[in-house]
Design a protein around this ligand. Structure first.
Ligand SMILES: Nc1ncnc2c1ncn2[C@@H]1O[C@H](COP(=O)(O)OP(=O)(O)OP(=O)(O)O)[C@@H](O)[C@H]1O
Ligand SMILES: O=P(O)(O)OC[C@H]1O[C@](O)(CO)[C@@H](O)[C@@H]1O
Length: 542
């Protein structure tokens, strides 16, 4: 194709892209691809941003090659709609673009789950120009073509990596979370059984394990029964991220696909590694799989393990309620995890219906004064005799009239504060005593119990989806991305975008979930001068 022809060709694609993509969305919305379905969706409202990212152009020499994956890369590069491109190993490295047929296409594959000749039906593969829209709800002033779009996750017909040459490594970092073992198992199963990869390694105790410990060579027997275990068979850790040592270890072991399970911090590490590998022009795909029971990772609907943690938290609230109900002026106080976000506490309260007050880091409150928390609790106990308080660990930072001390910082630099449960327990006991009321307060702290259990069925399904799609993305040669549900569909999200600071995931005051909580508990703001606070907040936003 001459230069002017190719310009016309791409201008045509650009013009047609809006129509094509809307058509594809309609088509995909109608088509029920079971694998993509997540049983329950989070209704949380999030801040959104609309920025295009740029990546290296497709080399001239490749423009005429016939390859569905290359078509997709070309489409992504030329599309002018607001679609977030995921970096591909072919771009910016050299002109090489392998055309390897996916074994999932099934020719020569004896297994067939659909009765035909192939392992996956044609429709299960991702089409060129297929994406997931950021916003599910449209109304006046909101147009589908102006909505941000993410690259659709799923298997591609043609691969970048020849499975025979793949050597993969899996690592788990940060705090524990139900479902880690399910993801590890499924990464192995998908790489090995679906794609035929032979060399798959486990890294012990997080990032430091790359350069500190012997690697574990996985086989099917090693992983086949781990999905019913809590924790991670690999172990995890905080700190220990040493960029050069990790890259050296990856290169020395001949690894070309790395899967890192973790939260924001871990993804920060994936981004560093991605940039370094790209700088060194190494064809190594590095993939994040978002993990945190706090459910505070931006953009995605929900992180795995969260539902299981909520389920466990409800047991603690139930016990707190029974204890409170069986004592004169009985108080049940439950402290739950949630350093920066109160999703676990909010969801557990909404599901249990047994909590009377829920405190989370997102909303400021006061302990003292006529409208403070303590007076409210005292009045409620006087009137009803029973009180259940649920407090997220980070709520201590939201107390306006009590200074919570940072007692230490963990190896990753995350701050660890004085226990807010203990503070509220002591202050409430004192406050009521001064008013002549002897309360019986039981403080239940199930924080580590809720994150060490095995995943429930909902989370197991999600873990499986994430792992399989992480593998599909890596095999296709995408890199520097994380995988997650957006509007209940699986998408590949560039980590650079995820950590750009343009997105956040916190409980917001006007979300339906928080409003539901207020409606069911009837709790006030616990602010002595609410009006003043609202005005201050409005001024900060201007
Ligand atoms: N900005 C960063 N760049 C590189 N590595 C990082 C960065 N932040 C954290 N890490 C590394 O990532 C790993 C996990 O980080 P961290 O302990 O903060 O947990 P996390 O992934 O955020 O998970 P959790 O939600 O459980 O806290 C640690 O080994 C840490 O050293
Ligand atoms: O005791 P650790 O391992 O630091 O984990 C506690 C942290 O884990 C988290 O649940 C994040 O995974 C935070 O809410 C909490 O502060």
């Amino acid at each position: 194709m001459s230069e002017s022809n190719s310009t016309l060709f791409y201008a045509g694609i650009t013009l047609a892209s809006g129509l094509i993509t809307d058509f594809l969305i309609n088509r995909l919305n109608k088509k029920e691809i079971v694998e993509d379905f997540k049983p329950i969706r989070s209704l949380t409202l999030r801040k959104r941003s609309f920025v295009n990212s740029k990546q290296a152009p497709v080399p001239e020499a490749l423009l005429n090659s016939e390859n569905p994956l290359l078509d997709e890369i070309k489409f992504l590069n030329s599309a002018t709609c607001d679609i977030e491109r995921v970096n591909h190993l072919s771009l910016g490295l050299d002109d090489e673009f392998p055309n390897i047929k996916s074994p999932l296409l099934g020719e020569g594959n004896l297994r067939s789950v659909f009765g035909g000749g192939g392992f996956l039906p044609d429709d299960a593969f991702i089409y060129c120009g297929s994406y997931v829209i950021n916003t599910a709800v449209f109304g006046p002033g909101k147009r589908i073509d102006q909505t941000k779009k993410w690259l659709r996750a799923g298997p591609r017909k043609s691969l970048f990596f020849d499975p025979k040459t793949v050597k993969a490594a899996i690592v788990t970092c940060g705090g524990l979370c139900p479902g880690l073992n399910v993801v590890i198992r499924e990464l192995y199963m998908s790489l090995h059984y679906n794609y035929g990869v032979q060399d798959i390694y486990g890294i012990k105790y997080g990032y430091k394990g790359f350069y500190t410990y012997d690697w574990i060579k996985f086989d099917a027997n090693y992983v086949k029964n781990i999905h019913n275990l809590g924790g991670t068979i690999l172990g995890s850790s905080r700190g220990g991220f040493d960029l050069n040592k990790i890259v050296e270890a990856i290169v020395n072991h001949g690894i070309n696909q790395v899967f890192c399970l973790g939260g924001d911090g871990t993804h920060g590490g994936v981004l560093e590694l991605f940039k370094e590998l790209r700088k060194r022009k190494l064809k190594i795909s590095i993939v994040g799989i978002p993990k945190t029971i706090d459910n505070d990772i931006a953009i995605i609907d929900e992180s795995f393990g969260f539902e299981t943690a909520v389920e466990e938290a409800i047991n603690a609230i139930k016990s707190a309620y029974v204890e409170a109900n069986c004592a004169e002026y009985g108080v049940g106080l439950v402290r739950l995890m949630g350093r920066n976000a109160g999703f676990i506490a909010m969801s557990a309260c909404n599901a249990s219906r047994d909590a009377h007050v829920c405190l989370i880091p997102e909303f400021k409150f006061e302990l003292y004064g006529d409208r403070g928390l303590l007076e409210y609790c005292y009045q409620r106990l006087k009137k009803k005799g029973t009180l259940v308080l649920v407090i997220a660990e980070g709520a201590g930072d939201a107390m306006l009239d009590y200074k919570v001390n940072v007692v230490e910082t963990d190896a990753s630099g995350n701050k660890k504060s004085q226990d807010v449960g203990v503070i509220v327990k002591d202050e409430l006991t004192k406050y009521c005593k001064n008013k002549g009321m002897g309360i019986t307060l039981k403080h239940i702290d199930p924080t580590y119990m809720i994150r060490t259990v095995p995943a429930n069925p909902h989370d197991k399904i999600m873990c499986t989806q994430l792992a399989q799609n992480a593998v599909h993305g890596a095999m296709a040669g995408f890199s520097g991305f994380t995988v997650g549900h957006v509007n209940n569909r699986l998408a590949y999200i560039p980590i650079e975008e995820l950590l750009s600071g343009k997105y956040s995931n916190r409980v917001v005051a006007d979300s339906r979930e928080w409003q539901r909580l207020l409606a069911s508990t009837g709790q006030p703001s616990f602010l002595n001068n609410e009006e003043q606070m609202i005005q201050q907040k409005q001024q900060q936003q201007i």
